[in-house]
Write a protein that binds this ligand. Structure first.
Ligand SMILES: Nc1ncnc2c1ncn2[C@@H]1O[C@H](COP(=O)(O)OP(=O)(O)OP(=O)(O)O)[C@@H](O)[C@H]1O
Ligand SMILES: [Mg+2]
Length: 167
């Protein structure tokens, strides 16, 4: 079942009205891996995760470009019914209430949003660090194994964030 799912985004850009809030987010979510999305408030983590199952388009004024590929198929393709997408790609909000017969692990290649750096390190195989600087759209600064992001970050901004120097 969903163990075979491969999820990938290509150049996701998001607008709310005129306001550009996410720029060129391209991420690959590995099968059966947990990916954490981290970054300061307002960098676009929740907005991005809503694009993964077409909940974003339910927000008035929401715009989007780019692709979300589930097993190679763009969930935004004309022929695709968003209701089916939302059945296939579930969302679990902060108080988890998954389908009773399955653990969360058994469900969704998993993408989580967290402000808890300990939680990210405990549960996530990969981590994407999002940042919106000086009112610019949020972007992915670094995407790597969780260990590399927290222990050997390549970007100084990642280093400062994971060590609690801002955000
Ligand atoms: N419905 C909306 N209408 C207009 N702007 C929005 C809407 N939702 C979010 N935004 C804006 O988009 C940007 C990204 O917001 P988002 O909620 O995705 O950030 P976040 O990283 O999830 O923040 P937090 O850590 O506080 O949850 C912010 O500038 C926010 O003000
Ligand atoms: Mg959020």
């Amino acid at each position: 079942m969903s163990n075979l799912n491969h999820l990938e985004t290509k150049d996701i850009n998001v607008w709310f009205g005129e306001r550009h809030v996410l720029r060129d987010v391209s991420l690959q979510f590995q099968n059966n891996h947990v990916t954490a999305l981290i970054g300061p408030s307002g960098c676009g983590k929740s907005t991005f995760i809503r694009t993964l199952n077409r909940m974003h388009e339910l927000i008035p004024g929401a715009g989007l470009s780019g692709q979300v590929l589930l097993n190679g198929q763009d969930i935004y393709a004309e022929a695709v019914d968003p209701v089916n997408v939302r059945i296939e790609i579930g969302m679990v909000f902060q108080k988890p209430n998954p389908f009773p017969t399955m653990t969360i692990k058994e469900n969704m290649t998993i993408v989580i949003v967290t402000h808890n750096m300990q939680q990210a390190q405990r549960v996530a195989d990969s981590t994407a660090f999002f940042l919106s600087e000086n009112g610019n759209p949020g972007e992915v600064v670094e995407f790597d194994t969780t260990e590399n992001v927290f222990i050997r970050p390549k970007d100084e901004r990642t280093n400062e964030y994971v060590n609690g120097r801002f955000g």
